[in-house]
Design a protein around this ligand. Structure first.
Ligand SMILES: NC(=O)c1ccc[n+]([C@@H]2O[C@H](COP(=O)([O-])OP(=O)(O)OC[C@H]3O[C@@H](n4cnc5c(N)ncnc54)[C@H](OP(=O)(O)O)[C@@H]3O)[C@@H](O)[C@H]2O)c1
Length: 176
């Protein structure tokens, strides 16, 4: 991450982290506690939380200090504890909840050095990508270009007071 981001010339007005995975170490999301596996959990945290956290770490010096700039990371509504009425998907949910905490803490720190920065976690909706290929039949989906447009519109409308927040593709706050 240091090599990749360190090779870029900033500053950037928007840094957007769109990585993530539903499978961990080749295992699908868990339906029951019996399926919990340490290697799969570690893989989930690596891609859904730690990777994004490392981007944030190395992105700070790429953000302007004197004007509005946004750091956004794709989280997921299922990472919400308050919204979790179904259970299951333990590792993915937990990794996204951990990502939300990193984004929230990062926003507090960034606001000291980059007072006009906005750092958010975003839920994109259910999007028809490879990610949802095994699950999309049971949910209505939007296309990736549609999802991207929704998210860019939310990002455009963000205000300084939104920093540290967890918002969905409509710009509505998602409970922690
Ligand atoms: N699709 C949805 O309905 C949905 C809903 C809620 C949240 N999200 C979140 O949205 C984000 C993007 O999902 P998507 O639907 O766009 O999925 P996707 O089409 O499968 O894209 C996932 C991206 O993550 C990258 N990636 C996966 N594992 C990686 C690893 N170990 N190291 C580095 N990069 C890795 C992939 O890179 P490669 O292309 O190189 O493999 C790809 O660019 C994820 O964080 C996901 O949790 C998606």
């Amino acid at each position: 991450m240091r090599a990749a981001l360190g090779a870029l010339d900033g500053p950037f007005d928007l840094i957007f982290v769109a990585t993530g995975a539903l499978d961990g170490a080749g295992r699908p999301p868990e339906k029951t506690l019996k399926s919990l596996d340490p290697a799969a959990m570690a893989a989930q945290f690596a891609v859904n939380c730690i990777g994004s956290a490392m981007v944030l770490k190395h992105a700070v010096c790429l953000l302007p200090r004197d004007r509005r700039a946004v750091f956004a990371a794709l989280s997921a509504r299922v990472g919400s504890i308050g919204d979790n009425g179904l259970g299951g998907w333990y590792s993915y949910r937990a990794a996204k909840a951990a990502l939300n905490q990193i984004v929230h803490s990062g926003a507090i720190e960034l606001s000291r050095s980059h007072p006009r920065s906005i750092c958010v976690a975003l839920h994109p909706g259910t999007v028809a990508t490879e990610f949802t290929a095994d699950y999309a039949a049971r949910h209505s989906t939007v296309s990736p270009p549609h999802a991207a447009r929704h998210l860019l519109s939310v990002i455009e409308g963000l205000e300084a007071s939104d920093t540290g927040g967890f918002l969905d593709w409509k710009g509505d706050v998602v409970p922690w």
